[in-house]
Design a binder for this molecule. Structure first.
Ligand code: LLP
Length: 442
């Protein structure tokens, strides 16, 4: 099923093709449990107005029901070994939730590995990535015994040859580049030949890597892995990827094939997206059509599609300034809690929590509080006419790559993160303090 997100209304184009509109905020962009009342929005049965009062702003709010539902969709449509890509949003509560819902957790650095282990996740549910794994990271992965290590390059194969042994066996996948050019931002495109990740199939490097890995004793190579990019809307790119991978491993007798992550989500009205379930069905169908043995485990590692829509960020408006060209509305966060607009020109929408049904005729540039002009959250945000200083403004679909890419630019402490569900809220990451920021001073 496609989610139709378009509706009539005054609109303006965004660089990534979506539109913003002056209509009331679209419920389809909010977490699954969102309830709109005349003067508030509830998520997980909890008032956003109340959350802002209790925990302050900026605040990341995640709907636990949406998180669990998306994890369950992924676990339901792919085989065991399907993972949550923790780079999209990681804290102990999230890692445990993903595992409870049947997923593994994919980590890309020693830092992510450490947090996931500290969270109590069994190493047999962890998949280790990285295009330049430090020897110390490989060491830790071997020591704890991760489920899979995804091998990226020949230098790493050399290191594994020295580090893997009878007492420290290793289960691996090998990362290959299928040569698929996904239609997404150049910075998050990874499946093409000209990439820092993985071994090229076309050049023969991937075949050489497989041969080299087969020569390492106590290392079991289970299959291939590819990841063609992120925020990809068209399923055809994944279908093409699967066909290339299945053709490539036809003679190999592998028992696993991982198609990576990358499924796109709708950030603004007018964008149409595919559900995790539909994505998995399409991938399965493509694999079967290409002749993949049904006994081979078909896995994936979505991140954004699990956490993006579950998250909403709350900000308090502190200043409004009108110039001839436009109005600037400044909130108490900015590029430090959501660098995506600055990095990728990503579009978002905004709504006034106290008047969710109100038309949004006021066009403003929603900006943060950092010391640079580029600190823009929404280039042209549409808000109700009376939204102004003191209003609680929310940006939906901010659950992915916001907190995880948050910085302390200008020594702004990172926001707190709360999970809501069943009418209750719990802090899963407390708000950073100035003391936290000062703790590294030597
Ligand atoms: N697997 C691998 C090997 C990856 O590199 C990634 C993302 C994923 C899975 C998860 O992809 P997802 O399902 O979340 O698209 N910071 C950028 C996105 C970078 C994605 C990096 N790799 C953004 O904010 O759009």
């Amino acid at each position: 099923m496609l989610y139709p997100l378009s509706y009539e209304g005054a609109s303006a184009s965004l660089p990534d093709g979506g539109v913003v509109s002056s209509e009331p905020i679209l419920a389809a962009l909010l977490p699954d449990t969102a309830e709109l009342t005349e003067d508030d929005v509830l998520i997980g049965g909890v008032s956003l107005t109340r959350l802002a009062e209790d925990y302050g702003t900026p605040l990341f709010v995640y709907d636990e029901t949406t998180l669990r539902e998306r994890c369950a969709q992924a676990a339901g449509v792919f085989d065991d070994g399907v993972a949550f890509a923790s780079k999209s949003f990681l804290c102990g509560a999230m890692a445990r939730l993903a595992v409870e819902e049947g997923l593994c957790v994919d980590v890309a650095t020693g830092g992510e590995l450490d947090l996931v282990l500290r969270s109590g996740v069994d190493p047999s549910r962890i998949i280790m990535h990285g295009n330049n794994k430090l020897p110390s990271e490989i060491e830790r992965a071997l020591e704890v015994g991760v489920h899979r290590l995804v091998v990226d390059n020949f230098d790493e194969i050399g290191r594994l040859g020295e580090m893997v042994g009878e007492a420290r066996p290793l289960d691996c996948l090998v990362r290959v580049t299928p040569g698929v050019e996904a239609h997404t931002h150049e910075f998050v495109r990874t499946g093409q030949e000209d990439s820092k990740f993985g071994f090229s199939i076309a050049s023969g490097a991937a075949r050489d890597a497989i041969e080299a890995l087969r020569g390492i004793e106590h290392l079991t190579l289970h299959g291939v892995h590819a990841h063609i990019g992120s925020q990809i809307f068209d399923v055809e790119g994944f279908e093409e990827e699967v066909k290339i991978l299945v053709d490539f491993v036809r003679e190999d007798a592998f028992d696993e094939l991982c198609v990576g992550g990358g499924l796109g989500v709708a950030y603004v009205a007018g964008e149409e997206t595919t559900s995790l379930h539909e994505w998995g069905v399409a991938v399965r169908r493509a694999a079967a059509a290409a002749g993949l043995d049904p006994s081979v485990r078909l896995t994936a590692e979505p991140g954004r599609a699990i956490v993006a829509q579950a998250g909403v960020t709350l900000y308090r408006v502190g200043a409004v300034k009108a110039v001839t060209q436009r109005s600037y509305m400044a909130v108490d966060g900015g590029m430090s809690d959501n660098p995506r607009p600055v990095l990728y020109g990503s579009g978002y929408e905004a709504f006034d929590v106290a008047q969710p049904f109100a038309p949004r005729p006021q066009a403003v540039r929603l900006v943060g509080r950092h010391c640079e002009s580029g600190d823009v959250l929404i280039d042209e945000a549409w808000l109700p006419a009376s939204t102004g200083v003191g209003s609680l403004v929310a940006t939906p679909v901010t659950g992915a790559y916001g907190y995880s890419m948050a910085s302390n630019y200008n020594r702004v402490p990172r926001p707190a993160v709360v999970f809501v569900g069943g009418g209750a809220a719990r802090v899963v990451l407390r708000r950073e303090t100035f003391e936290d920021l000062a703790r590294l001073e030597a």
